[in-house]
Design a protein around this ligand. Structure first.
Ligand code: THU
Length: 139
């Protein structure tokens, strides 16, 4: 396992401690690595209107982008579950759009790792390219 992924997972573990999850009681932490080695973290933040809850992965990438970062290489995710925590569909789409084909690093409670490329998690993804129109639309 790459040393940088271990460091990233440790940052995700630390971020998990800030999770606001009174409804699910399920804490998630994420840490996103930029090309220049900077780490941006996030945790899940729930809401009494459940649909407004945001996952740790999206908090991490919105944190990074709002801080001016743009080029990413990997994201690590840890949770309260003993096994690996894969990203939800919404996070796959957001990461695919904003971070591209990064490594998605999962660490379980025994500190074992599973790493998948984002294109494996979200093959044939929708992207900005699909918004290019080929037909002239009527007014
Ligand atoms: N959650 C994440 O933060 N990331 C994931 O990859 C899966 C789910 C959060 C959302 C919610 O606060 C809780 O976990 C239960 O779904």
């Amino acid at each position: 396992m790459k040393r940088e992924f271990i460091k990233l997972a440790k940052a995700a573990q630390k971020a998990k401690l800030n999770a606001y999850s009174p409804f699910s009681k399920f804490r998630v932490g994420a840490a996103l690595l930029t090309e220049d080695g900077t780490i941006y973290t996030g945790c899940n933040i729930e809401n009494s209107s459940f649909g407004l809850t945001i996952c740790a992965e999206r908090v991490a990438i919105f944190n990074a982008i709002s801080s001016g970062a743009s080029k990413f290489t990997a994201i690590a995710v840890v949770s309260d579950n003993y096994g690996f925590t894969p990203p939800c569909g919404a996070c796959r789409q957001v990461l695919s759009d904003l971070a591209g084909n990064i490594d998605f690093v999962m660490m379980d409670s025994k500190e074992r790792f599973k790493t998948l490329k984002l294109t494996t998690l979200l093959p044939f993804a929708f992207s900005g390219k699909n918004l290019k129109r080929s037909l002239k639309l009527k007014k």
